[in-house]
Design a protein around this ligand. Structure first.
Ligand SMILES: C[S@@+](CC[C@H](N)C(=O)[O-])C[C@H]1O[C@@H](n2cnc3c(N)ncnc32)[C@H](O)[C@@H]1O
Length: 273
């Protein structure tokens, strides 16, 4: 590399994750959970507050409403009926706690890299004690992570931008899951469909087959479902498909493209001369 190249390399901008996860609970999460979420949606439920109607595929809520993303997560679980569910980046634990109450026959676990997040989760939902643990989904895969039929995340991978960590996280989620991975993420923050397709084609995904679908909750939220087997659901083939109807965020989409451009997948025996 010439001198100019070296200088430019040193001043090059690399993205970091969106937050400092060490101080995240006190910096913003707890305040936003109490201010923005609890003021508008039911965040903590008791037995009998939620019901799943298998006929309509809807989750019914007594005295209030769930955030649409949560409605989607619970309705997807109700539709797929996995024996076990694991949430990556479970934060304050509300979603996995709802899942445990609504589907008592399903084994639920949650992981998060933030100890203070897990403290909050157990304080909010004492029944989660013993079911949650520290997990950094961007680390090399660990056999200690709880395996589950369905592994999901909500608002986690969208915030991961350190080098190719989000790709490592996606591949890890697939390996942790026996049957399904559900991503309920801001789809402008990464090119999820392009990245997952590249990971699958490059041999980075643990499953023999990966099928991508778009799923929708009854109150409008959209998610990306990966399945090991073909399902009778709308296939997802592009990021523009899942972004349809959303006002584009130029800054986020530029960063998504830069994130994806860093990825080298597979083992390429032929390369450009
Ligand atoms: C925006 S919060 C969302 C929390 C929760 N899913 C919710 O919807 O309330 C992002 C969460 O991801 C966790 N997180 C960030 N990076 C992670 C990683 N590499 N592995 C596991 N969890 C991570 C954070 O600690 C935080 O709890």
């Amino acid at each position: 590399m010439n001198i100019l190249g070296r200088l430019l390399y040193k001043s090059r901008k690399f993205y970091d994750d969106d937050f400092d996860w060490e101080s995240y609970t006190a910096d913003s999460y707890e305040r936003r959970l109490k201010g923005d979420i609890e003021s508008r949606f039911k965040a903590i439920t008791n037995e009998g507050d939620l019901a799943f109607d298998a006929g309509t595929g809807r989750v019914e809520v007594r005295d209030g409403a769930l955030h649409p993303n949560v409605q989607l997560i619970l309705e997807t679980i109700g539709h797929l009926r996995p024996a076990s569910v694991h949430e990556v980046g479970c934060g304050g634990g509300d979603h996995i706690a709802h899942a445990g109450l609504l589907f008592p026959d399903i084994r639920v676990t949650g992981g998060d890299r933030g100890a203070t997040q897990l403290d909050l989760a157990v304080a909010r939902h004492p029944q989660l004690a013993g079911h949650v643990g520290i997990q950094d989904i961007t680390m090399p895969f660990s056999e200690q992570w709880p395996k589950a039929d369905l592994v999901y995340s909500q608002a986690v991978i969208m915030h991961i931008h350190t080098a190719v960590s989000h790709l490592v996280a996606l591949a890890n989620m697939v390996r942790q899951a026996g049957k399904y991975v559900l991503l309920v993420e801001n789809v402008q923050c990464h090119n999820f469909v392009q990245d997952l397709t590249a990971l699958a084609e490059g041999g980075h995904l643990y499953w023999d087959e990966t099928h991508l679908y778009q799923v929708e909750g009854s109150t409008g939220a959209r998610g990306i479902l990966l399945s090991r087997q073909a399902l009778a659901l709308p296939e997802l083939v592009s990021d523009s498909q899942i972004r349809a109807g959303e006002a584009p965020s130029v800054r986020r989409l530029r960063r998504s493209d830069q994130d994806s451009a860093r990825a080298l997948v597979g083992f390429q025996r032929a390369w450009r001369k």
